[in-house]
Write a protein that binds this ligand. Structure first.
Ligand SMILES: O=C(O)CCC(=O)C(=O)O
Length: 242
């Protein structure tokens, strides 16, 4: 599958692109079945709500299953799927390389115990030569504002910001960015929809106010020319998606 010129333009202009009904229902169900098993067992490595909020607590609510590539064949199948390689190549204008260091995860929002994810750019976590990095978000079920759907600020990947607009954890501050945050957009997602977003596109997600866990898959690719910086945590195992 190839993107149209208009879709490529949309990604380049807004910093994200939604492709509805992209992944097969069966693939999503198979991923979900395995993800639920790992979540129930709280299989390490994980990120907990307490890790994210930097709180000391005995309560372990999983926020993210980390390092999922090597956990299950079906996870590998999705992360290396032929259907998406050409698309990523088009958007990066280069060979995509799957980084297993970052966003190699199943992301969850548990009912009640989940927290809001503040506005941020994913680039804050990573050390690469430049910003040619794209994340691929796969919805495994319905995602709405009520259960913590991602919202984006269009065109933010091309904006320059001052240090004061962020806190010490590189969260983009609600109080200092009110006008820009008003331009946020969202699209409800269903099982099989994907969102491709640039590593500088500002996004956030509210907590899950429903009774059911929201589970999604997210991974990141870089352009081949965009090398990780030597000896940083981004300098890690990678898979070429040629
Ligand atoms: O679902 C969420 O809480 C947002 C996750 C997110 O922003 C990320 O993985 O970068």
């Amino acid at each position: 599958m190839k993107l149209t010129k208009q879709q490529v333009e949309e990604f380049n202009t807004n910093g994200f692109l939604i492709l509805k009904n992209f992944a097969d229902e069966q693939l999503c169900n198979d991923i979900l079945e395995k993800a639920n098993k790992h979540l129930q067992e709280k299989q390490a490595p994980i990120e907990t709500e307490a890790d994210y909020l930097r709180k000391e607590t005995k309560d372990i609510t999983v926020r993210r299953l980390r390092q999922v590539y090597d956990r299950e064949e079906i996870f590998k199948t999705w992360m290396t799927h032929k259907k998406i390689r050409l698309i990523l190549k088009q958007l990066l204008n280069d060979i995509p390389i799957l980084s297993l260091a970052h966003h190699n995860s199943i992301m969850t929002k548990m009912p009640k115990e989940s927290s809001r994810t503040s506005w941020h750019q994913d680039r804050r976590y990573w050390s690469f030569k430049n910003d040619d990095l794209i994340s691929i978000w796969l919805s495994l079920d319905d995602e709405t504002l009520e259960n913590g759907l991602l919202e984006f600020i269009p065109k933010s990947h091309k904006m320059e910001f001052e240090k004061e607009q962020f806190d010490e954890d590189s969260n983009f501050l609600d109080t200092k960015n009110e006008e820009l945050i008003k331009t946020k957009v969202h699209t409800n997602l269903q099982k099989g929809d994907i969102v491709l977003f640039h590593c500088k596109t500002l996004h956030h997600a509210n907590k899950n106010e429903t009774e059911k866990a929201k589970i999604s898959f997210v991974y990141t690719v870089r352009a081949k020319r965009n090398k990780p910086l030597y000896m940083t945590r981004s300098d890690f195992k990678e898979i070429t998606l040629d």
